[in-house]
Design a protein around this ligand. Sequence first.
Ligand code: SAM
Length: 247
Amino acid sequence: MPQRLGQHFLIRDSVLERLAGAACGKLTPRVIEIGPGRGALTRHLLPRTDELHALELDAKLAAYLREQFGAESKLHVQEGDVLATDLSQWGSAVITGNLPYYITSPIIEKFLALDARFQTAVFLMQWEVAQRLTAAPGSRDYGYLTVATQLVCEVELVAKVPPEAFRPPPKVDSGAVRLSRRTEQPSNLSELLDFVSLCFRQKRKTLRNNLHGAYGERADALPEAGLRAEQIAVHDFEALYRRIYQR
Ligand code: SAM
């Protein structure tokens, strides 16, 4: 079993049903599933959608899926790396998956970079990342990924899932998270995210320390210069960014 590909297969029906329901509700026109494995979640998604694109890196598993679901015209199995795949190629869709944990953050960032046709993602991920996504300012888990995700999406914890729900069991707990893209997005998102990333560059240091190299006295003059990025609320980063540019 190549566990290097994060192959921990879900075996608990209640979790699979919860994930599929959180992603699709009763019915959603199109779904993209990342890492279908042997099709455990796929089976729960199929009755809830008209079109399912399942993207699997492991050639053997992709072949297995094609064989298992051969008669299912709604299912399109694609062999490939999610990080190298254009997820917008099929048009508007819900994105879901029991993720390969070694690339959870890049997958989330990939979803964040999509457009308004991609409203919802429901991902099962390691608990530590689920906590980072839902963290509040001032907490240990609050960081760049929290702010980047919450600027773009509303984040909701759907379920905590223990290792026993998988085979083989992973070493850590897992969390299912739903991301719902906000209607209002910051207009200058990519520059704003670069700025947020700089603010968190050295997490224990003040904004003055992290920003001085790029913004000099403009950073020193900020009323918040003595605070750390983890003390700034998600939507206050936008105001901070605007002020540092207007000076
Ligand atoms: N969905 C299945 C389940 O719940 O039983 C399997 C989930 S398993 C945690 C992650 C799956 O992602 C594996 O099937 C693995 O082969 C696949 N995978 C790993 N890296 C991938 C990548 N870069 N692109 C697409 N799939 C990948």
